[in-house]
Design a protein around this ligand. Sequence first.
Ligand SMILES: [Zn+2]
Length: 431
Amino acid sequence: MPDETSLTDAVSARRADLVALTRDLIRIPTLNPPGRHYHDICAFLEARLAPLGFRCELVRATGAPADSERYPRWNLVARYEGGGPGDCVHFNSHHDVVEVGHGWTMDPFGGEVRDGRVYGRGACDMKGGLAASVIAAEAFIATHPEFSGAIEISATADEESGGFGGVAYLAEQGWFSPERVQHVIIPEPLNKDRICLGHRGVWWAEVETKGRIAHGSMPFLGDSAIRHMGAVLHEIETVLYPLLATKRTKMPVVPEGARQSTLNINSVHGGEPEQDADYTGLPAPCVADRCRIVLDRRFLIEEDITEVKAEITALLERVKATRPSFEYEIRELFEVQPTMADRDAPVVRSVAASIERVLARQPDYVVSPGTYDQKHIDRIGRLKNCIAYGPGILDLAHQPDEWVGIDDMVDSAKVMALTLQDLLVVPQPGS
Ligand SMILES: [Zn+2]
């Protein structure tokens, strides 16, 4: 059994470095949208990792959604080869952050340290996790220079907007194929004692009801698309919501409220378009000739996406049966299959054992209510041995005064380093 203490000590000794790295990453304002400073953050990480022996490749997702000359979608993949053949463990972090929003009392891109926390946009989601994986790899390589296999660290674009210019692009190019990568850890902020096995599925669709425009003083001469949509919303409220509440899952989704099928109505738009805020006139009297809603349906591993879609079609057909002039259209916008790693998958077992060693407790196994880049690694990369594990409190993501705890980062870096040791160090005979 390789010595554990020297490795965890090597992580502890890098505490100040871990804090400094997190602060440096926060100070590069990689806002998405539109996708700022992507090249800067990739070049910054390359400058750190290349001198240590990582082969670094900057990959632009040319032609991916949102990629442009002004805002190119840059990604970094850094690979360190060990002393012999073996598995490759890959840490994937997204480098983009969401908009700042209101309500901050700190500089969102200052990387301020106060009371054992580093503050800033992206501190917990997920530059703290990215920094922890870098420190874990550095401590591990220093302690076990002759390990077997390889370590990869990637910093990828656009996770916050679907990951198409990031992990999806890399997966399509073969970077996550099972032939070159065997274990993936995504250091999203799921808390240092939890292993996130996967996420629920997603289906987004726009539903439009049709009508006929007429003068608002004689609505009987037209046909109101808004009234038709009212009937749709009534059916959703009285039939679909109660039905969804009965669909429970064995997936350990957190929070508990998401352990069932859910539906959000993202928006409703009908009739005359809204005018600019500086328009001082009145609206015109018209019967609405169209009305649209956008549905965000989250589904379970027990559900089939074709049934999820059929449920909405059936609902619209029921409404149609009671309203003679009812016409509708469905436009599908986006879909993601649910994914969940097996609890006995090698990376799950290894991280679980490392959590027990560092924190002296069993991990909790969770599933995310929303999706993240695991979807692309699973579907495009065909790699099931993938989890999310990283420091930070998920609830703080995208909030004002976002922060990550320094002790949490150190502990999770120890877990990551011990996982590398477990997966990449072959015990010597007699030791
Ligand atoms: Zn994230």
